[in-house]
Design a protein around this ligand. Structure first.
Ligand SMILES: NC(=O)c1ccc[n+]([C@@H]2O[C@H](COP(=O)([O-])OP(=O)(O)OC[C@H]3O[C@@H](n4cnc5c(N)ncnc54)[C@H](OP(=O)(O)O)[C@@H]3O)[C@@H](O)[C@H]2O)c1
Length: 324
């Protein structure tokens, strides 16, 4: 029996792709979960959570808006721990980057951490991304990228890649807040997350897989650094929450790899789809590594293989009718 069974934890973005999987795992481990959604009246955000095992007695849903501090207080009140996942996850062009990406990511993070500090939360797990690690064109060419590597903010502004900028600014704001206010935080930096889907809607990373299966030849040069199974991402959050010795950032990828490696594997496994042949190096300068997520491996995480990530992702897209 998990020693923390019965403990209350909050998951912001609980309705989302990773959030739903994390809520499911937390319920299985005996936690009481406060999960946030953007709109309690929208069944597409709530029904899949209410259907989870244990939800009836141990899940409470809260409506929040990341830029409304008061809405967040209700969801965090009474929690010993917070998992902060809510953030707009949009890699396509947005109309207004400040309003649509940067403000909810950065102000939202500060609002959640402020509430956590005021309400006596013991530990906050912040979901950052490899997008706070790459694009980082000035990192030494002969050195594998690791948790010391940060996204180049100026490069993002010049190339107008706003999602990596939003994740980088949000993570930096989190570390600054934690240091200035003495709050215990720990960070997960997942790669491109795929596998089975619990919510009815398609998120950005599963959309990438769907587009590839439909023949799209986009390279994702500024956002891809490796794939990771959604169940491993959920487990990584819990491992760093429960192991208080876990500190700092944690790269969370099955391996550091290029998008071309991923596309080639999809083509090998599913020759019936029209998968484009991409160049070997779709992420110029990115050194491949099997143990990019060494910190999480040392905590006992055995990463699900790329092959299984693809199989579970494709199976889920088929079962939900996105592809035949
Ligand atoms: N998917 C990946 O490959 C990947 C990789 C690395 C990091 N991440 C990070 O992981 C987290 C979750 O991503 P995901 O893939 O699960 O995305 P998702 O399915 O789009 O989930 C995002 C969640 O954030 C909530 N949210 C967005 N804007 C909000 C706002 N203004 N107020 C309140 N809630 C808001 C969404 O609520 P609604 O459902 O109500 O819209 C949803 O629950 C994000 O922080 C993302 O940056 C994702």
């Amino acid at each position: 029996m998990n020693q923390r069974a019965g403990q209350v934890v909050t998951v912001t973005g609980g309705s989302g792709y990773i959030g739903s999987c994390l809520v499911q795992l937390l319920l299985r481990r005996g936690y009481n979960v406060h999960a946030t959604v953007k709109n309690l009246q929208d069944e597409r955000e709530t029904k899949h959570l209410q259907a989870l095992e244990g939800a009836e007695s141990r899940l409470r849903l809260f409506q929040i808006d990341l830029i409304d501090y008061d809405s967040i207080v209700n969801a965090v009140n009474g929690a010993a721990g917070v998992f902060h996942l809510a953030s707009p996850c949009i890699v396509d062009r947005v109309e207004n980057p400040q309003r649509d990406l940067l403000d909810p990511a950065v102000k939202g993070t500060i609002n959640v951490l402020t509430a956590a500090k005021k309400l006596g939360v013991r530990r906050v797990v912040v979901t950052s991304s490899v997008s706070a690690v790459i694009p980082s064109p000035n990192w030494p060419a002969d050195k594998v990228k690791n948790e010391d590597c940060w996204t180049d903010e100026e490069y993002c502004k010049q190339k107008e890649v706003w999602y990596p900028l939003s994740k980088t600014l949000a993570e930096k704001a989190a570390w600054k807040f934690a240091e200035e206010n003495g709050l215990d935080i720990v960070v997960i930096n997942p790669g491109t997350v795929m596998g089975p889907m619990i919510p009815p809607a398609l998120n950005a990373s599963m959309q990438m897989l769907l587009l590839l299966l439909k023949g799209c030849s986009e390279h994702y040069a500024d956002v891809f650094m490796g794939s990771v199974h959604v169940k491993d991402v959920a487990l990584a959050h819990i491992l760093v929450y429960e192991n208080t010795s876990a500190t700092g950032r944690h790269l969370c990828v099955e391996a550091i790899s290029h998008y071309g490696d991923f596309a080639a594997k999809v083509a090998e496994l599913y020759p019936e789809y029209n998968i484009p042949k991409l160049p070997r190096d779709t992420q110029p300068g990115l050194l491949r590594s099997k143990d990019g997520a060494k910190k999480l491996m040392d905590l006992g995480l055995e990463f699900i293989t790329m092959e299984q990530i693809i199989k579970d992702g494709v199976e889920s897209l088929r079962s939900k009718g996105y592809i035949s």
